[in-house]
Design a protein around this ligand. Structure first.
Ligand SMILES: [Zn+2]
Length: 155
């Protein structure tokens, strides 16, 4: 993976200076910007760091999304880059609230990668690692409440 990132760095015409945001797969671009807006509105300062957010069908069976930190120590705080991979939109085609479920996975991984937020056991929360938030008891999602539970009140 590091090799791929290095190739991108070397061939990307300076695509990843520290002041720029990540490469964003078009399928999830809008979720990224919404997350940044919501985090900022709640007092979190998110410095843009280089990274990649991509869509990939070939995740392990037990993962809908993954946040990888890529850096010297492989710890989020010291990450030089991050890589978020999520399943593609159509992988959630069986769900009644397909848009929300797909978005939930992206926002969950952004929480890990951009803010270092850990998992919670609370049900119907973005950072719950189980898939209980895909169930009808959590639907339809109240996104303002979900963001408040995850990121705090709006300032
Ligand atoms: Zn997680």
């Amino acid at each position: 993976m590091l090799k791929i990132l290095m190739i991108l760095l070397l061939t990307g015409c300076g695509s990843f200076p520290a002041t720029q945001g990540p490469f964003l797969d078009p399928e999830i671009r809008e979720y990224y910007y919404e997350f940044i807006d919501e985090a900022n509105a709640r007092g979190h300062i998110i410095e843009p760091i280089p990274g990649i957010i991509s869509v990939d069908r070939n995740l392990p069976v037990d993962a809908e999304g993954i946040c990888d930190a890529v850096g010297l120590t492989n710890a989020l705080d010291d990450a030089l880059m991050y890589k978020i991979t999520v399943r593609p939109y159509d992988a959630f085609a069986g769900y009644e609230f397909q848009d929300d479920v797909h978005k939930m996975v992206v926002i969950h991984e952004l929480g890990h990668c951009l803010l270092g937020i850990s998992h919670t056991e609370e049900s119907c929360q973005i950072m719950n690692p189980a898939t209980d938030y895909f169930g009808p008891e959590c639907m339809p999602y109240d996104w303002d409440k979900l963001y408040t539970d995850m990121l705090g009140e709006r300032k």
